[in-house]
Design a protein around this ligand. Structure first.
Ligand code: C2E
Ligand code: CA
Ligand code: CA
Ligand code: CA
Length: 282
């Protein structure tokens, strides 16, 4: 396509131009949306593989914008991290999660912990613990109803401070999860050093477990290792009954994925829980 000469160049130029315009628009609209609290949370259920009880939900941020349409968090979260906008955004997400938890309690569901994705940029802020404490107090909420999901990147950075932050979060009552396990660093030493409760196996390992023997071997090994380290295991991105069967056989504790439910707005989540509890009385 270098042969295309002017056309190829013109195309490239147009695309670049469109990209720049989109980034500028994203920047303006994101700042506006943060000011106006223009985000919602959706919640994806996590199901106990053994007894099918709903054991909690993961909060996933959603942004619908007039000019940009639906913008995926996979696009705006990294941008917010680059620009520092992640700090007010992340605090707002915490705030929204507290409000949603209250709605769950009002609907009669007092034992549905909400897992919140915490960006490494937010976690590394000097006043991270204070800011979280503050939000909990302001909302009259308790840390025991929440779980913090962090990636390997978060716990690998500036290690000495990290340990003390994690210990303090545990003391406050939070459960701690490692998200996207297997996609980040190769060193596993942090699993021993840090007080982690839950390990979430990334979807990329789950996707082919039914057809690829080596993926199966890796998932099996991760589950055994986690249990030896006294951690529970969540399989992410589970989409089929065969995957559920296989994961159950391997002793996986919890299942999350489209097979059971997509992430749902709070009112639909409440309907889902109600339906689920009737279907699967414990
Ligand atoms: P993540 O934390 O690994 O979240 C799981 C993603 O997989 C979600 O995408 C979820 O909708 C999707 N998913 C769940 N089950 C399935 C499945 O069975 N199949 C497939 N194909 N996908 C499934 P989502 O909501 O688009 O979020 C993408 C990423 O954006 C998240 O990955 C997380 O890294 C980030 N993110 C989302 N919400 C937040 C948030 O509130 N705060 C922060 N810091 N990051 C967030
Ligand atoms: Ca997550
Ligand atoms: Ca994940
Ligand atoms: Ca991910």
């Amino acid at each position: 396509s270098k042969q295309n000469g002017r056309n190829g160049y013109a195309f490239y130029f147009d695309e670049l131009h469109t990209d720049t315009k989109r980034v500028l628009l994203l920047d303006t609209e994101l700042r506006k949306a943060i000011d106006q609290r223009d985000f919602t949370l959706h919640f994806q259920p996590k199901i106990d593989a053994k007894n099918l009880q709903l054991i909690g939900v993961e909060a996933l941020v959603r942004w619908q914008n007039d000019k940009l349409g639906f913008v995926s968090p996979a696009e705006f979260i990294p941008y917010a991290e680059e620009t520092g906008l992640i700090i007010p955004l992340s605090e707002m997400i915490f705030e929204l999660a507290c409000e949603s938890h209250k709605q769950l309690v009002d609907a009669g569901y007092t034992k549905v912990p909400i897992a919140i994705n915490v960006s490494s940029i937010h976690f590394q802020q000097q006043n991270f613990l204070e800011s979280i404490q503050h939000i909990l107090e302001r909302n009259n909420a308790s840390a025991v109803n929440f779980e913090i999901e962090m990636t390997e990147r978060t716990v690998m950075n500036s290690a000495s401070e990290t340990v003390s932050k994690l210990v303090k979060l545990k003391q406050m009552g939070f459960k701690l999860s490692i998200d996207d396990f297997g996609t980040g660093y190769s060193s596993l030493s942090y699993l021993v050093r840090f007080p982690l409760d839950i390990l979430k196996i990334d979807r990329s390992f789950i996707q082919h477990i039914c057809s690829l023997d080596d993926k199966q071997a890796v998932v099996d090994a991760i589950i055994q290792m986690s249990h030896r380290l006294k951690m529970k295991v969540v399989a992410e991105g589970v989409e089929s009954a065969q995957q559920v069967e296989l994961l159950k056989e391997m002793g996986c504790d919890y299942i999350q994925g489209y097979y059971y439910s997509k992430p749902l707005p709070i009112n639909e989540l409440i309907d889902f829980i109600q339906f689920w509890e009737v279907e699967h009385q414990g």
